[in-house]
Design a binder for this molecule. Sequence first.
Ligand code: GLN
Length: 492
Amino acid sequence: MYKNKFASKYTTNQFEHSAAELVKQFHAKKSSPEEYLVDLFENIDRLNPELNALTSVQKDYAFAQAKKLTSYSNPSSLPLYGVPIVIKENIQKVGFPLECASKILKGYKGQFNATAIENLEKAGAILIGTANMDEFAMGSANEHSAHGSVKNPHDTSRVSGGSSGGSAVTCAAGFAPITLGSDTGGSVRQPAGYCGIYGLKPTYGRVSRYGLVAFGSSLDQISPFARCVEDLNLVMGVLGKEDSKDATSLKGQYSSYPDQYSLRGKKVGVLRSILSDGVDKNVMQEFLNLESELQKKGVEFIDVEIPSLEYTLSVYYLIACAEASSNLSRFDGIRFGHRAKNTDDLFDLYCKTRAEGFGKEVKRRIMLGTFALSAGFYDAFYGKAQAVRELMTKQFNELFKKVDYIYLPTSPNSAFQFGITAFDPIKEYLFDVFTIPANLVGIPGISVPARVQQGELPVGLQFLAPLGKDAELVAFAAELEKENLIGLTKLI
Ligand code: GLN
């Protein structure tokens, strides 16, 4: 049992509505989006200062949008009518902060709307604010942020997970039923697991990246959080569309999950050998519990192997750092945000601006990435990592000929105390070992909350599906939720 300092202040359940319920309520005119926002903002003002999940609350904008919606002639055609949504601070929305939790972008605001934002607003969603994150989405604890750390609402002495910790906590604490993060190596699934909610990383290219500040372009994916599977399905229907502005966007669109879906006869692969060490006892217990419950429902579990997974972390940290070093070269003090003062010449200005503006973790990655890409080393590092990535993709494809899904914990642990990884970046990197493969291979992955005992820390469990099978993956999770085998970890 842990002590929950935050939840005692959480006296109301009026903000636990799902997005789907809210839309119904607003369509039936039982309440209006505007009325809802008044109470919601009061709750946020009361609770956010302690959690530090939101970096801006856009009240004027939200009320103006709510007013606009009320005068809309055909509200029932809008699938997210009046639903408040929060976005990670690395997604462009005109006029909203786009600081990526970095000093180098202090005061910088969105200049255009990301395609994901356009799609949300066209569907009637109301954007109410921006969420805290690890600087430029690098981290697993949300402790690398120029805005300070984000606290886990289940236990405020623990981290939220990262890098989309702010978005996860916003959703878990009831500030918005749906929030957006970005997942490059697990940054949505991992904090979803730590905060007891759902997080889906769609197939690479299923959601447009246009307007997302790039970290590792071949891995990044805008990804949603929600407190129930129905909401994930709802928002994916809105976000999962082809976009001519993103060259890597997938053709077609997310097809809503089928109404008829049976667990019986589904085949699930378990990568048993990589679970042998390093997984905490409570996580392993939940993992095995769900496995045995699913067996009772007729799901067949098969032990499988993907030999190349041994190289997961080395491949990821090479590719992600290499791409980051190139993507972040645009922050030079000339075009965006912070500019150092009293500099001798242009070179000095670049150096001082970047030295002052970037945090420690970002600098570490830029240096690693620049080294890996430098002349003479390219083939030995980046080229090799790409070759292993290709091999991994082949091995996953082979495996998916035999199984429908792959089952793994989301992380080897539950939310940990602040400061544990502060002086040990490698320790932090190790927490991503189960989430990274989906990004390297491009396949969809979902983190679902295990049904932990009341008062226990949340535990995330993860399922992966073949490329493009996002709706099937969501349907599978919906069935588990319906059977009560998984579900939101409530704040007690
Ligand atoms: N924790 C991983 C990293 O630091 C993943 C980050 C992410 O998915 N944005 O790179």
